[in-house]
Ligand binder design. Structure first.
Ligand SMILES: *[C@@H]1O[C@H](CO)[C@@H](O)[C@H](O)[C@H]1NC(C)=O
Ligand SMILES: *[C@@H]1O[C@H](CO)[C@@H](O)[C@H](O)[C@H]1NC(C)=O
Ligand SMILES: CC(=O)N[C@H]1CO[C@H](CO)[C@@H](O)[C@@H]1O
Length: 349
């Protein structure tokens, strides 16, 4: 997926032209610890390695992140590709420039006093990606020790930053379930071995880490252990018919809550906590109600749900149905913090 400045300008223009129902932000109290957005860009150009900065991929814009912070967001998931950070092999050394660009964004966020999630956005066996996956470096990651080394190296760079959160990988898919458990455990062990002992670790599951299918696939992840006891189960949920987040149409106005109910019960039954690391819906009343219903239900269960992150902000989304990149932001967007929750429909202008 590639966008350029012209696409963004075109997007802004069409946003104005489209018959959207501009609503004022409304505030309500929120019981979530966190609410924020994904920050996309550094993982773009997934079929192109390493790719050209500014053509195939881009780092998030810290000034638009600041806008979201000013609007009350307090957590950002910074997506990137493993192969760009650590070229050649998983246990190898860093690309110093890519690391420096990633660190710049992460430090900008944490210097503002909010949390930055470091997210190797490598997926697994998905047809969306050709070159990389947890299928990284051309093949599925099967070596837990290599993966552990990768995480020791990455966590070592951020060990002294308490506001960093490590996300083991984006959306495992179609993998052996025991391997998903073992890779997550290796990541946790690798992170702690680096001396990064204060940070939260977000673990993800198989089947795109979907909340709606969590209990069907990911029950064994209950056995993950952490010496620091700071594991958060990151699930994703979209509300279109196949749950892929590719359509602006939500199944019904109640689909949000119903898709997270079984996962909520799993968290409660197992005394775990979770976060909805990706969610979105199109700009329409059904999706708005579905998203609001889902978030309200999660807030009622905020003993186990720590918050949510909208998918997605980032400089190159253009007129993408879910974009919430200021100032062109576009879609239905949710924004809540300790001090109050915001909802918006349409763009911010
Ligand atoms: C890092 O960002 C700078 C712009 O700030 C850019 O010129 C450079 O190409 C980027 N390098 C990588 C590897 O992303
Ligand atoms: C968790 O580990 C225990 C001990 O190995 C095992 O008996 C149990 O089946 C595991 N739970 C799941 C859900 O896999
Ligand atoms: C639902 C959705 O927007 N998924 C996107 C997740 O991120 C990847 C890479 O950035 C996109 O290709 C997907 O479309």
């Amino acid at each position: 997926m590639r966008f350029n400045r012209f696409a963004i300008l075109a997007a802004a223009a069409s946003a104005v032209a489209s018959p959207l129902n501009l609503k004022k932000f409304t505030k309500k109290a929120s019981s979530f610890k966190w609410f924020g957005s994904n920050e996309s860009g550094a993982e773009f150009g997934t079929g192109i390695f390493p790719g050209v900065y500014g053509t195939d991929y881009i780092f998030p814009d810290t000034s638009t992140i600041q806008t979201l912070i000013d609007d009350g967001m307090n957590i950002f998931r910074v997506t990137f590709l493993m192969e760009r950070l650590v070229p050649t092999e998983m246990t190898g050394s860093f690309d110093a420039e890519y690391l420096s660009n990633l660190t710049y964004v992460v430090n900008y966020i944490t210097d503002a006093g909010v949390h930055a999630i470091i997210d190797p956005h490598n997926f697994v066996n998905t047809p969306r990606l050709t070159l990389i996956d947890v299928n990284s470096y051309g093949s599925i990651i099967e070596s837990t020790s290599d993966f552990q080394t990768f995480w020791t190296n990455v966590a070592g760079q951020f060990a002294s930053n308490d506001l960093v959160i490590f996300d083991t990988n984006n959306e495992y898919y179609g993998m052996d379930q025991t391997l998903v458990l073992d890779l997550n455990q290796a990541a946790i062990d690798g992170i702690r071995a680096a001396g990064a002992t204060t940070q939260y670790i977000f673990v993800e599951g198989n089947s795109y880490t979907g909340a709606w299918t969590w209990t069907e696939y990911n029950d064994n992840l209950v056995n993950l252990t952490d010496t620091e006891d700071k594991i958060v189960y990151e699930m994703h949920q979209y509300l279109d018919s196949d749950g892929s987040g590719t359509s602006a149409t939500c199944v019904s106005s109640t689909i949000g809550q119903s898709r997270v109910e079984s996962a909520t019960q799993w968290l409660i039954d197992n005394n775990k906590v979770g976060i909805l690391g990706e969610f979105a819906g199109g700009v329409n009343d059904v999706c708005e109600e579905a998203i609001e219903g889902m978030l309200s239900y999660m807030e009622e269960n905020s003993a186990v749900w720590l918050g949510g992150l909208w998918w997605a902000a980032g400089p190159w989304w253009g007129d993408y149905i879910f974009s919430m990149e200021p100032p062109e932001w576009y879609g239905l967007c949710g924004n809540a913090v300790d001090s109050g929750a915001l909802f918006c429909v349409s763009n911010s202008t």
